[in-house]
Design a protein around this ligand. Structure first.
Ligand SMILES: Cc1ncc(COP(=O)(O)O)c(C=O)c1O
Length: 410
């Protein structure tokens, strides 16, 4: 077998899948060709353990300038003063960024208060199968059982009872705005650090359509590949006084040599995020999600928290005759990619949960707007309400391919 041609053909097939389908997994997006160019550059060849001007290898004169620029731009997109804030652009992933922050601020066994996974928290917010749940003593806050909204009074009550050393806020499946000022008040009242994990909403914050965790959080982690439209990876921004501890936790704490090609791609995505077009697109992402939500609701699909204030929606499948997994698979059959997800207080299991999580960042990057959202909302509602109708899915798949041709990527 010619392995290289096999690899090449699989890459081409995957690109075609991304072009011909509707990518509605809210954590996915389309990075720009400029981001890819930086990622695919010869920077990948260089070892540069350490930080700008403090490296363990020679030959980093250009890498140092690039990483410094990436750090400056990371602060600039959030309008932060470098005198007060520090950026580390080396984390390979959002999970690693969270690990580094916990390592920098805590000792193993210390108490953390995090969002319950079933209510929308991330694995690194204390899941028992994750390093976080194994190394730290987690307690959890949830959402209100009726409204499915964060209940800050209840969070304050749990914090008072549990006395954590750190509170982590931010979510992976929460459709509403997060009030970072209220979280900061709770953290201050119990003397805890506040860490905001804005993996999902970083782009929305830069675009001014979601409240910012700055200056409220002591440290903020985010992935660069979701709403930020950059390369797969993450960054940490923290208060200047914590910078040295955070840097040490990332390297040599948990990582070796940084991926400088990816760091250059992060710098590209930050530079692109400074353009007015980025801001407009983030606004449209939220507008699109709201339109999709109202179309689905009007067509008999129940949504957690009755809709959305950000880029994602959580469909409650319990009144349909399908599980979340079945629903996601039916949509995928028609070329609409989403993911099965737990809903708050889910009576079903994590492997076969009752919800479907979907969102609008990737569709918006393609240029889709109001008209397309209404059409896509109708398709999703029809598919979920008629699980036995294979002909419907075949028809929609054909129509959907026509639609994607009008919104080319790459
Ligand atoms: C809130 C949140 N934090 C952290 C992560 C982890 O990011 P990664 O997959 O890069 O480890 C995610 C990923 O979806 C997330 O949603």
């Amino acid at each position: 077998m010619n392995y290289l041609s096999k690899i090449n053909s699989l890459i081409k097939s995957e690109v075609k899948r991304q072009k011909d389908s509707l990518v509605m997994i809210p954590s996915e997006n389309y990075a720009s060709p400029a981001v890819f160019a930086a990622m695919g550059s010869a920077l990948s060849n260089k070892y540069s353990e350490g930080y700008p001007h403090k490296r363990y290898y020679t030959g980093n004169q250009y890498i140092d300038q690039l990483e410094s620029l990436a750090r400056d731009l990371a602060l600039k997109i959030f309008k932060l003063n470098p005198k007060d804030w520090h950026a580390n652009v080396q984390p390979h992933s959002g999970s690693g960024a969270n690990m580094a922050v916990y390592m920098a601020l805590l000792n193993p066994g210390d108490k953390i208060l995090g969002m319950d996974l079933g209510a929308g928290g991330h694995l690194t917010h204390g899941s028992r199968v994750n390093f976080s749940g194994k190394l730290y003593k987690f307690s959890y806050y949830s959402v209100n059982p009726k409204t499915h909204l964060l209940d800050y009074k209840e969070i304050a009550r749990v914090a008072k009872k549990e006395k954590p050393r750190l509170i982590v806020c931010g979510a992976t499946a929460y459709t509403q705005k997060i009030d970072f000022a209220k979280f900061a008040k709770v953290a201050k009242s119990v003397g805890a650090y506040l860490v905001a994990d804005i993996a999902h909403i970083a782009g929305l914050i830069v675009g001014g359509v979601h409240p910012s965790p700055f200056p409220y959080a002591d440290a903020v982690t985010m992935t660069t590949h979701k709403t930020l439209r950059g390369p797969r990876g993450a960054i940490i921004i923290c208060k200047e006084k914590l910078g040295s501890d955070i840097d040490k936790a990332v390297f040599p704490g948990i990582q070796g040599g940084p991926l400088e090609n990816v760091i250059a791609a992060k710098a590209v995505c930050f530079a692109q995020a400074l353009a007015p077009k980025f801001k407009q697109d983030q606004k449209q992402t939220v507008k699109n999600a709201k339109l999709l939500a109202s179309t689905l609701s009007r067509n008999g699909i129940k949504l957690i928290a009755d809709g959305t204030e950000n880029h994602l929606l959580l469909v409650d499948c319990r009144n349909l005759q399908i599980s979340g997994k079945e629903g996601a698979n039916l949509l995928a059959e028609a070329g609409i990619y989403t993911n099965a997800n737990m809903i708050p207080f889910d009576p079903a299991t994590p492997l076969n949960p009752s919800g479907i999580r979907l969102g609008t960042p990737a569709l918006t990057t393609r240029g889709m707007k109001d008209k397309e959202m209404k059409l896509i909302g109708l398709w999703i509602a029809e598919i979920l309400k008629q699980p036995k109708n294979k002909k419907l899915r075949t028809r929609i798949k054909k129509e959907l391919k026509e639609l994607t041709r009008k919104f080319p990527i790459y």
